[in-house]
Ligand binder design. Structure first.
Ligand code: SAM
Length: 314
């Protein structure tokens, strides 16, 4: 960020009014609201504005840099002096962290998945092939595997599976084979190394985007972590508490949709006489996902693939 840029100009929050409307703040009881993907605190600042003195807001981000920027922005806008707890952690550890703060239930929780515009636009973050730099892609520099380690060590069949399962990228097999050949001579270290190789195999511009995104999803275990965290978030919600999830990829949306569906049913086995004992815990409030309006899509092209789902604990 250069000194003239303001934090709020670095990322435009998606479905802002919809999320703020969905996560209810009660005037006559203590609200505890969790933002699992704080980013640059666009949603968080609006949420904090709506909260009352005595309430608690908790924000998670795996990216230390974004967390710092968010902290700066929240400090300026917390006029109601809400208690704010910011946690540098993957939302996978949601439950563990809340327990460390003696919190065993919350009144609202939300996710705004994927990455922030800073990750894409900042030339020193290297999440995209447009900026040359280390082939890393970790949101959290403390996590154990980088994109380079995956590309240099995974079996070519596994690489193919990653590229094709996340994006059904048609050149997956060829790219995986070429990676396996090339790394015998020289390891991949930079985003350019990989981008150039993909370009040699496929001149379809989307191939580079898809393969880079698939790798990022793998590096950060994004789908598995979402599944686990959603489960914990629903468990932590108080009765009538709201959960709202914005996703940007069909596989993420499918995880949210299936989890909400499962938790909104009294029985999940197919036996004539139920043997699973599963009890519903959610009421789905969005039969179809909420999409950004045309106006929002025009103002922020990155909002185009967003889908949000909202449910309430019962
Ligand atoms: C789309 S941005 C959030 C933007 C934010 N809602 C705003 O309005 O400014 C997503 C953020 O989630 C973070 N993130 C992604 N996956 C995460 C995870 N598993 N745990 C914690 N943070 C994560 C990213 O580092 C990024 O800062």
């Amino acid at each position: 960020m250069n000194s003239c840029e303001k934090v709020e100009d670095l990322h435009i929050s998606v479905l802002l009014d919809e999320l703020i409307w969905a996560i209810k703040v009660h005037p006559d009881k203590k609200n505890i609201i969790v933002d699992c993907t704080l980013g640059l605190a666009g949603h968080a600042c609006k949420m904090i504005e709506k909260m009352n003195p005595g309430d608690t807001f908790i924000g998670f981000d795996a990216d230390e840099n974004n967390l710092k920027l968010a902290k700066e922005r929240i400090e300026k806008s917390n006029k109601n002096k809400i208690e704010v707890i910011l946690i540098h952690s993957n939302f996978l550890n949601l439950k563990e962290w809340l327990l460390k703060h003696w919190i065993s239930s919350v009144t609202g929780v939300y996710y705004d998945l994927w990455l922030s515009s800073v990750h894409i636009d900042n030339p020193t973050r290297w999440f995209s092939f447009q900026n040359d730099g280390p082939l890393d892609m970790r949101f959290d520099k403390r996590s154990w595997i980088t994109a380079a380690e995956i590309v240099n060590s995974y079996h070519k069949d596994d690489l193919e599976k990653i590229f094709s399962q996340y994006w059904e990228e048609p050149s997956s097999r060829k790219v995986a084979e070429r990676i396996a050949l090339r790394r015998k001579e020289e390891k991949f270290t930079t985003t350019k190394d990989l981008a150039d190789l993909i370009w040699e195999v496929s001149k379809y511009p989307k191939s580079k985007t898809r393969i880079f995104q698939a790798l990022r999803i793998e590096v950060n275990s994004e789908l598995k972590n979402l599944e686990i965290s959603l489960h914990d978030a629903i468990e932590l919600l108080e009765i009538w508490g709201n959960i709202f999830v914005i996703s940007f990829h069909s596989l993420e949306d499918r995880i949210v949709k299936q989890k909400f569906k499962r938790e909104s049913k009294d029985c999940i086995c197919r036996d004539i006489i139920c043997s699973c004992g599963h009890e519903k815990s959610l009421k789905i409030l969005t039969k179809k996902p909420i999409l950004p309006t045309e106006e929002e899509q025009k103002q922020n092209s990155r909002s185009r693939s967003a889908k949000a789902r909202h449910a309430k604990k019962i």
